[in-house]
Ligand binder design. Sequence first.
Ligand SMILES: Nc1ncnc2c1ncn2[C@@H]1O[C@H](COP(=O)(O)OP(=O)(O)OP(=O)(O)O)[C@@H](O)[C@H]1O
Ligand SMILES: [Mg+2]
Length: 565
Amino acid sequence: MSSVQSLNANAQIMRRGNALLVNVNAAKGLQNVLRSNLGPRGTLKMLVGGAGQIKITKDGRVLLHEMQIQHPTACMIARTATAQDDATGDGTTSVVIFIGELLQQAERFISEGVHPRIMSDGFEIAKEAALKFLDSYKVEKPDILKKRDLLCNVARTSLRTKLTPKLADQLTDICTDAVLTVTKPGEPIDLHMIERMHMKHRSAASSRLVKGLVLDHGPRHPDMPRMVENCFICILNVSLEYEKTDVTSGFVYKNAAERQRMVSAERTFTDEKVHAIVALKRKVCTEENGKKFVIINQKGIDPLSLDILAKDGIMALRRAKRRNMERLSLACGGFQVNSVEDLKEDCLGEAGKVYEQVLGEYHYTIVEDVKHPQSCTILMKGPNPHSIAQLKDAVRDGTRAVKNAIDDLALVPGGGAFEIACHDYLLSILDTVKGKKKLGVKAFAEALLIVPKVLAENSGLDVMDTLISLKEEYKKAAKEAGCPKDTISSLLDDVCDEPSKSSGSIAHAYVGLDVNSGEPTHPPSSGVWDNFIVKRQFVQLSTVIASQLLLVDELMRAGRRMGKK
Ligand SMILES: Nc1ncnc2c1ncn2[C@@H]1O[C@H](COP(=O)(O)OP(=O)(O)OP(=O)(O)O)[C@@H](O)[C@H]1O
Ligand SMILES: [Mg+2]
C-alpha cells in the first residue's frame, strides 16, 4: 500500500495502468470533439452560453477557451493548445488531435508490456529528428516582403479554414495589406497597430480596410462640418473646458460684480487656449491651399469652446481614446501636443478625408487617405453579433499568419505535406535507432499521419484510399526529386548530436491533399502554405505534453491547500 493511502484511507488515487487509461481516454475524448473542425472543409460548432448567447465557430482556440472542460487531463491538453495559439496564433486543433493520437499509438505498445519511459524516450528522439527535418523541409523565402501574392496565399489558407471561401478571399487582401501597412523594415511587427473595429451593418461582404483610423464617436456640435477633405489633423491632449480643482478650495466675493469678474477670468483661461488653436488654423489654412482643420482631443471640449471652433469651420472631436492617439500620429504624421504653447505647424498631421458615419445611434468618424500610414483599421461589418465575432476571430488568425510568414522568412507547404514527408523520413531512420526506443519513433511517425487522415475524413473522402495514394505519390515524387532513401538517412547521423550540415541540400518532395478533389497535389503550386513557426511549435509542444502524460502513473486528489504557501 502506498504511503499516501496509509496516511489517509479515503484518499482518491488512480494507479498506474488505470491512470494511463484515464489520460488516454481524456485525450481521445478531446480529440473527438475537435477533429471534425480541422481544415478548410471542417464543420462548425455552436456554443451556447448560460444566458443563451450563441457563438458559431470552428476555431480551436475559441472552442477550448469557451468550452467547459472538467477532466484535469483534458484541461491540461486544452491549456497546451491555447498556449500554442498564444505564441503563434494558429495550430490549436492540430495540437489537440496530435496529442490524442500520440497517446493512442503509445498505448498500443504499452499494453503489450513496453515501459512508458521507453516510449517517451522514443518520442524525444523522434521529436528532435522531426524538428531537424522541418528545418530542412521549410521553403525559405528571404524576400517575402516583396512577394505580396505569396503573403496573400498564406492569409487565404488561414482564412479559408475559418470562413466561407468567398468571404475568405475578400478578407485575404484586407489582412495582407493591413500587415504590410504596419510593417517597417528592420523592426518587429506590432499587430496592435491594426485596429479591428466592427459595425453592425449590412453584410460581412462590405468589410474593408481603412488606411487610417476609425473612431467610435463623432463631432459634438451641430454646426460643425460632417465631412472635410484635404485637411490638417491637430492631435491634442489639452483640456478645453472648466476643470474642477484637485484641492478643496472656495471663492469668496462681496458682490455680484466681483463674482462676475471671477467667472469671466476663469472663462478667459479656457478661451485663450481655444483662440490659440484658432490662430494656428487661420495661419495654416489659407484660401490658396484650401486646407481644412480637424482637432482630435483626448480631453474634453465644452460647448462654448465647441461654438468658437464651429464658427471657424473647424471639426473637433473630444474624448478620443488614449490608444487611438498613438495610432493617430502614426497614421497621419504629426504628434500629440500637451499644451497650447507648444502648438506649431510641424506638429500637425494630414489626412485626405475625414467624415462622420452614423449607424442608428452610433456615430463613427473615419480618418482616411493618409500619406504614409503606419497604422490602419480593419472595419468589419456584419448583420449580427455572432457573424461579427466569427469575422473578428478569422481576421486575427489571418493577420497573425501573415506576420508569422514575414518573421520566419520561410513557409511550410500545407495540406498535410509536412506530415507525410516527415512520416516517411522517420520510418526511413528507424533502423538506425537502437533498441526498443524505435517503437516510440514508430508510434510518433504513425501519429503524424492523423493530420492528413482527418483532413481527408472531413472532406468526405475515404481515409485509407486517400492516405495510400498520398504516400505512393510522395514516394514517386521523392524519387524524382532525387532524395533516395540513403540520402535521407544521412540526416540521421546527427539526430541526437550536432545539427546537420547536409540537411539544406536535400531535395524534398511536396505532396499534400487537395481537399476538393481528394487527389494528391503540389501545395506550393495551389498556394496552400502553413507557417513554419506553427509547425515547429506543433511538433515541440505536442510531444512534450504527450510524454508527460505517458509518464504519469498515479493520479490523486490533492488537498484544497495545494499550491498555497
Ligand atoms: N486549402 C487547403 N487544402 C488542404 N489543406 C489545407 C488547406 N488549408 C489548410 N489546410 C490544412 O488545414 C490544417 C489547418 O486547419 P485549421 O486551421 O482548421 O486547424 P489549426 O490551424 O490546427 O487550428 P486553429 O486554426 O483552429 O487554431 C493545416 O494542416 C493545413 O495544412
Ligand atoms: Mg488554423
